[in-house]
Design a protein. Structure first.
Length: 250
């Protein structure tokens, strides 16, 4: 209380000494208020403010959407029996283990794999060197897991993409109309685009073929936190780039 009295007395002395009127004391803050209002009005109406607001909105949307960009790539449905299982080429261990689980669950006994392209393999032909392709490797892994080799069919085709795999499988189904349903096995991040690609190809068939997706549970793909993991981030970016190419027909 004593400090407040001393402050008040000091203020009064200063006012008397400087001959400051009450109207002057009021006018100063009013002038500042006017400047603040003018500045605020300029900022709000300016293009810079709109850009800042847009940037903030984009950041908020990214925070909300980022986790879903990874989870959206995964397509999974209730498993049910099918006429055959298709294993797409790419990573071997996670897809082989998923296929093994499907087989052990008695959902199908028939496994189909498309032979994939091996770039540069022609340079080894003069040396009579055989390098197993992805289809041969995955078949070997499955037989080591006690799946009979006669249950595994490798289709020739030298496929270089998921689209080419789908075309080769579609041609096989044209010649085998008794296959009306397939279980599609691939890596988790690859499943959305794979299902879209195969459904597009299967629409050209004379009979309907049901696709049952079975994304591998054995991959290291971090669906929700993909942007925190280098390999998962690479997988997500590549998938969306390839999906854009798929949409434009490349």
């Amino acid at each position: 209380m004593l400090d407040m009295k001393i402050l008040r007395l000091t203020f009064i002395k200063v006012v008397k000494r400087e001959n400051i009127t009450a109207s002057a004391l009021i006018r100063v803050p009013l002038q500042h208020t006017h400047k603040v209002k003018k500045l605020t009005s300029y900022i709000i109406s300016s293009r810079h403010f709109r850009i800042i607001a847009l940037v903030i909105l984009v950041i908020i949307l990214l925070i909300a959407i980022l986790p879903r960009l990874g989870t959206w790539l995964i397509v999974e449905e209730d498993m049910q029996p099918a006429d055959a299982m298709i294993i797409l080429m790419g990573s071997t261990a996670d897809r082989a283990l998923e296929a093994y689980n499907v087989y052990e669950g008695n959902y199908t006994e028939n496994i189909i794999i498309v032979e994939s392209n091996q770039r540069g393999i022609e340079h080894l032909e003069p040396f009579d060197v055989h390098v197993p392709n992805d289809a041969e490797i995955i078949k070997y892994v499955l037989t080591q897991l006690n799946i009979p080799s006669e249950n595994i069919l490798i289709l020739p085709g030298n496929a270089q993409s998921t689209k080419q795999e789908a075309k080769i499988i579609s041609t096989h189904l044209e010649q085998n109309s008794q296959i009306n349903s397939i279980i599609l096995v691939t890596s988790a991040s690859h499943m959305r685009r794979s299902v879209m690609t195969f459904r597009r190809e299967f629409r050209k068939l004379d009979h309907e073929v049901e696709i049952i997706p079975s994304p591998s549970k054995y991959s290291d793909f971090q669906a929700r936190g993909w942007y925190k993991d280098r390999e998962s981030a690479k997988a997500v970016v590549m998938e969306y780039m390839k999906m854009v190419a798929w949409f434009v027909g490349l």
